[in-house]
Design a protein around this ligand. Structure first.
Ligand code: PMP
Ligand code: GLU
Length: 396
């Protein structure tokens, strides 16, 4: 007889971004010529000085358990980062270092959400938010934001979505999968609505903060609306800005009580994040930030090339973003032209006929779209666009 697994797990899907990237890797390993634009992962190596900090940590014997919530030195580097970049002040007990921002988010949802609680998630959303909420027994409530609205929710939309069950709002700016970001004024306007609902907490997922090219500087809700700082948990990490996805270091900052509960969960699941990675993250956050600027410039160049190139393809429409390394294109016309039944078959068609791996929009709560990650070389992007163009050509 098969082993019975828990019902709450049955409600959860595997991560579509990871699934598509794995599929692309399998096809490549089997000898197919595949260009993967599916993974949200910088293609750069971790900068040398960060690698060196990890090597030094090994040599110096920093290879043991650390405090569950991170080494004091890394926490101080994170506190300094918030002061420098965001004008936010935290004490050590307000910081939790985790194995990736993903684990910080997971801990937060587990610490806050009871069965029946509602979590507001603007769509298009990063694939993992709703499933984290489901695993906690909560109800994800999506707020649909359109391409015309810049893939951003409005204050009126937020106001109507809040109910007596609402416990948490997720903000992610610049966002995955859209690359779109809220301006300071837009955050202020959302803040005015949130002011009226003191029981609603906010998680601000700022993981793409440094992959940013808008005119106005990046801003985060807790900085723009200091009156909301007490009930805002900021999540960030080193994966994207420092090309450190495999090192698994992210962090959360917020009220001491919620951080304490998150720490308890981490202490009963994975304990501390890797001690060596923590030493590397400390170097990343404290040493020169020139590497971040250099990589960001490269992402910006690719973005500026890709957006018009996709708009030239038949049946694809997209608009420029302010940051991150994704373009989220409306493919509904192309899907119709090909006579396909939605974005999933469309992505399968492109994988088969163009050898290009994308992530279907439905995984992000936006059917009819597809996500193009430009965290790969410009040569790969050029080739991918050319091949998609061929695959979309009407049969003559
Ligand atoms: N939030 C968003 C929006 C992301 O795209 C990612 C990428 N995986 C994460 C959080 C988690 O990042 P990590 O766990 O690598 O720090
Ligand atoms: N965040 C990246 C992505 O969306 C990495 C994979 C994941 O964790 O979802 O592709």
């Amino acid at each position: 007889m098969p082993i019975r697994t828990a019902q709450r797990v049955a409600k959860v899907k595997p991560s579509a971004t990871i699934a598509m990237s794995m599929k692309a890797a399998e096809l490549k390993a089997a000898g197919r010529n595949i260009i993967s634009l599916s993974m949200g992962e910088p293609d750069f190596d971790t900068p040398d000085h960060i690698q060196q900090a990890a090597i030094d940590a090994i040599r110096e014997g920093r290879t043991r358990y650390t405090p569950v919530d991170g080494t004091p030195a890394l926490k101080d580097a994170i506190i300094e980062k918030f002061r420098r970049d965001n004008g936010l002040e935290y004490a050590r007990e307000q910081i939790l270092v985790s194995s990736g921002a993903k684990q910080s988010l997971y801990n937060l949802v587990q610490a806050m959400i009871d069965p029946g609680d509602e979590v507001l998630i603007p769509a298009p959303f990063w694939v993992s938010y709703p499933d984290m909420v489901r695993l906690a027994g909560g109800a994800p409530v999506t707020l649909q934001a359109s391409l015309e609205a810049g893939f951003k929710i409005t204050p009126a939309q937020l106001r109507t979505a809040i109910t007596d069950q609402t416990r948490l709002l997720v903000l992610n700016s610049p966002g995955n999968p859209t690359g779109r970001a809220y301006t300071r004024d837009e955050l202020e306007a959302l803040g005015e609505v949130l002011d009226r609902f003191p029981r609603v907490a906010i998680v601000s997922d700022d993981i793409y903060e440094h992959i940013w090219w808008a005119q106005e500087p990046f801003s985060t809700l807790a900085e723009v609306c200091p009156h909301l700082a007490e009930r805002t948990i900021v999540v960030n990490g080193v994966s994207k800005a420092y090309a450190m996805t495999g090192w698994r270091i992210g962090y959360a900052a917020g009220g001491a009580e919620v951080i304490k509960q998150m720490r308890k969960i981490q202490g009963q699941s994975t304990s501390n994040p890797c001690s060596i990675s923590q030493a590397a993250a400390e170097a990343a956050l404290t040493d020169s930030q020139a590497c971040v600027e250099r990589m960001c410039k490269e992402f910006h160049k690719r973005h500026d090339w890709l957006v018009p190139a996709l708009n030239e393809l038949p049946g694809l429409h997209c608009s420029p973003g302010e940051g991150a390394f994704y373009v989220f294109a409306d493919c509904s016309e192309a899907i119709e032209m090909l006579g396909l039944d939605g974005d999933q078959p469309f992505c399968e068609y492109l994988l088969e006929h163009a050898g290009v791996a994308l992530v279907p929009g439905s995984a992000f709560g936006a059917p009819g779209h597809a996500r193009f990650s430009f965290a790969c070389s410009i040569e790969n992007l050029e080739q991918a666009v050319e091949r998609i163009g061929e695959a979309l050509k009407p049969a003559s």
